[in-house]
Every structure is written in C-alpha cells, then in structure tokens.
Design a protein. Structure first.
Length: 454
C-alpha cells in the first residue's frame, strides 16, 4: 500500500456505445446497444440512455430488445474501437512507462513511476489533465480513480462514472470498503458471493471480522488469505507494464443448434484455421490445443491435448482439435464451438518441411483474401454473397453522390443509410438497392476533425 494515491485507473465511459454515438450525431442522447444481433447475440456495451431501461453488458440481445425496443442496435466495429484505444493508451504512456492495459477501454497507470505525481495534489492534477486530453483527442469521456492500491483505484473509477474523477486517500480504505457488498472485491463472483452469503458474510466488513482462518476454511488457503487481506484494504499488486498473452482462442455461437456431425467437424476445422491465424499474427506458437463445446442444454465441455512441442502449424492444430471432438458427445446439439492454443512460446519445434508444405498449400487462398477477412470482429462492412451484398447495421459506407454515412438497416433487397459525419448535425436517410453500384463499404471517419487516426 502506498502513502500517496499515485495509482490511477482509467475506465472509458460506455466505450463502444459512446464511440458509436460520437460518430453518429443522430444517436446522441438516445439509447444505443452494441453487440451480436443474431438470436443468440449478447450485449457488448449499452449507452447510459439504454441502461436506464435495464440493459447491461452480457445480457442476451433478445432480452435487451424487449427492455428497450426503440434503441439503436448496432454490430461492433472492433477495428474502429482499437484505433481509439491506441490513442488513449498513448496518452497514458506519456504519463508513465508503467501502464497496464486490462482491455481496450481500461488500464492502470503508476503515476509515481512516471515522476508526474508523488502526493494527492499532483495525482489529482494528473488525472484531470488526462481527462481533458482524452476528450480533446478522441471526443470521448473517461472516468478516473486514484488511490494507493489497484483495487481501490478501480473502485474509485467506478464511483466516478460517468465522466468524473474520484480520489481515495490512503488510510481510509477500510472505512470505504466496510459497508460494501463482498462482490466488490476482485475474485468474488456469483458463486463465491453466494457461498459467503450462506456463511453469513454479505459485506466486506463481515469478511474482515470473520478472520483469515475462517475464510481459509471456506475458500481454501490461497483464495481465503488473499480475500482477507483485500477486505482490510491491503492490495500490494504492482502495476505491470507488459501483460503477456497466455492463450489465443476463437469461438462462434450458432443461431441454430448444430446436429450434423460432419458440419460440426468442419466448423471445428474452420475455427482451428482462424485460431492459428491469430496465433501467427501475435508472433507465438503453443503446445496445448483446447476445444470448447457448449451443448444444447448450456452445459460446457472443455477438452485439451498437449503436444510434444510448440506449434503454429494449422494442420497440427486442426488435427488435434478433431481428435478432441471425437471424445465429445454432440448428439443433443451444439450451440457454441471454440478452439484455442495455450502454453505460448515464440518458437516452434515442429517439422519445418511439413510446415513449409502446409504454408505453400495455403498461399493461394491467403493471396485471394485480405488478412483477417474471415474473422468476425474484423468483417468488412459489406461482403459479397453471389449477386447480393449484405450490410451490417452501424457500419460505414460512402455513396458516390451523397458522401459518408452508416447503415441503419437492410432487408428484402434494400439497405437504408443515414448520411452524416461526426462533426455534422443529424443527417438525412435514404434507401438503396443492396447492389447499388454507387454505394460502397468505407473506413470509419475520425471522431475529431483533422485527426488522421481511425
């Protein structure tokens, strides 16, 4: 624990939804929900306007539509969000060499290591400058928490939402935590929370009073000891600049349960290919192949196989995933499949001749399609399927006559587009045939005029 609140936690406000509102003037101040739009899609982010209706992250999209039927429902634009995240992370690195990203929109910063703050006044000034710089650079807002420990800084940023700053002075942690639910502590999820509730521990103060021995008895030594320390406000975890990837994985949820064993096998092979693509892009290889299967009844099975050495050979990963699938009963139907590689390394020990042969066989397909084009999160705005193009709601387009816009919706051979830019007012809506030769997929516009990044 530090004597000064020099650990900063930044959390961008409703990041995906806020980015969509900033880029689409007609959606500002209105409920916006970003996520998978299929029957089994889930909410990635909901704007604060949508949250007033009870919509929240990880909620099934069908439930969200029932709660907020008039909200705008958009497909995520991950490349766009990453470009904004890169801008935000660069601002954080100007504050300190010790920046620990947790996700695209969240990070810890060690202000002391950067020499920008060694007391409360300096930390508050740094936090306020950061918020101003983020707004000027990206057009978005972020909430800042400042404390002497990572856990408390994260709690502070949550209290600061939206668009605020909260500083918690070291020495006041126990008073702050005492009346809070045990769920506020890291590592206490729904199952652990319920286990503690049945033992009569509902608040953090209850945990502190129970004592370390009782928590160890209930939760095991490692978890019990850690939880007891956190309940007293102790958190000595440092800000770690580099968070090495432990695994690479991809998964797909299907609109309709898969029953055909041949189809299931082909989907697993396709996922294995995508997984290896990400593995190679990250500069890694891996030893352990993991298969994830969620069945019709929501039960989830995970199977793994560890190879003799690291690999990034698509054939090796594909065959291993296939062997794992053979040990799984899929007769009732499958709703989700995933393939992953863990035990990462930066070299391989596979037969180089076999790997070269596999790469040579794949080269024509790679040359015919842009890198990553088969990945859902990097899907282009429109894809060609025979003679008909499919346009994703929320994605960017440009019309030869009308300029930049975004897809409001499509169906029955038509696509509806609203033409507006981040710095314009709400734009006009027009409808076109899905194969209109003057309508094209487009790159996102920057949120701040004159900014080259997007």
């Amino acid at each position: 624990m530090r004597a000064a609140p020099t650990i900063l936690h930044l959390d961008m406000d409703a990041f995906f939804a806020a980015a969509e509102q900033a880029s689409k003037p007609s959606l500002r101040g209105k409920p916006v929900v970003v996520g998978g739009l299929g029957p089994r899609g889930v909410v990635a982010t909901a704007s604060y306007e949508a949250r007033r209706f009870g919509v929240h992250s990880a909620m099934p999209m069908g439930q969200a539509r029932r709660l907020a039927p008039n909200a705008a429902y958009l497909v995520p634009r991950f490349a766009f969000y990453r470009s904004i995240s890169d801008q935000v992370m660069e601002l954080l690195r100007r504050l300190s060499p010790l920046v620990e990203p947790l996700s695209l929109d969240e990070a810890f910063v060690d202000l002391e290591a950067g020499g920008v703050a060694d007391d409360s006044a300096g930390a508050r000034a740094a936090g306020e400058r950061l918020r101003v710089d983020i707004l000027a650079t990206t057009g978005l807002t972020g909430s800042v928490g400042l404390a002497g420990a990572k856990m408390i800084a994260k709690i502070a940023s949550e209290e600061a939402k939206p668009d605020g700053l909260v500083l918690i002075e070291p020495g006041t942690e126990r008073e702050l935590l005492g009346p809070r639910s045990v769920r506020i502590l890291p590592g206490v999820g729904p199952a652990t929370g319920e286990h503690l509730r049945r033992a009569g521990m509902v608040t953090v103060a209850d945990l502190a009073e129970a004592g370390e021995d009782e928590l160890v008895r209930l939760l095991g030594r490692a978890h019990g000891t850690s939880l007891h320390r956190m309940a007293q406000g102790h958190d000595d975890r440092p800000v770690v600049a580099e968070r090495d990837a432990k695994s690479v994985s991809v998964e797909d949820t299907f609109d309709v349960d898969l029953h055909d064993r041949v189809r299931i096998r082909s989907e697993v092979e396709r996922l294995a290919e995508r997984c290896v693509g990400r593995l190679r892009a990250s500069g890694h290889s891996g030893r352990t192949i993991v298969l994830k299967v969620r069945r019709y009844d929501f039960s989830t099975l995970t199977r793994s196989e560890t190879l003799r050495g690291p690999t990034d050979d698509p054939g090796v990963v594909r065959e291993a995933a296939g062997r794992l699938l053979e040990a799984v009963d899929t007769t009732g139907g499958v709703r989700l499949l995933g393939v992953g590689v863990s035990g990462l390394a930066d070299y391989t020990q596979e037969d180089l001749f076999a790997q070269a042969e596999a790469e040579a066989a794949e080269r024509p397909a790679e040359e015919a399609a842009p890198e990553g084009a088969d990945e859902a999160e990097e899907a282009p705005t429109a894809v060609t399927e025979g003679a008909e193009r499919v346009w994703a709601p929320g994605h960017d387009v440009r019309h030869d006559a009308h300029g930049a816009g975004w897809v409001q919706g499509s169906g029955v051979g038509r696509v509806t587009v609203r033409f507006e830019e981040p710095w314009s007012g709400p734009g006009r809506v027009r409808t076109f045939a899905v194969d209109d030769p003057e309508l094209h997929p487009s790159e996102p516009l920057p949120l701040v005029r004159g900014d080259a990044a997007a």
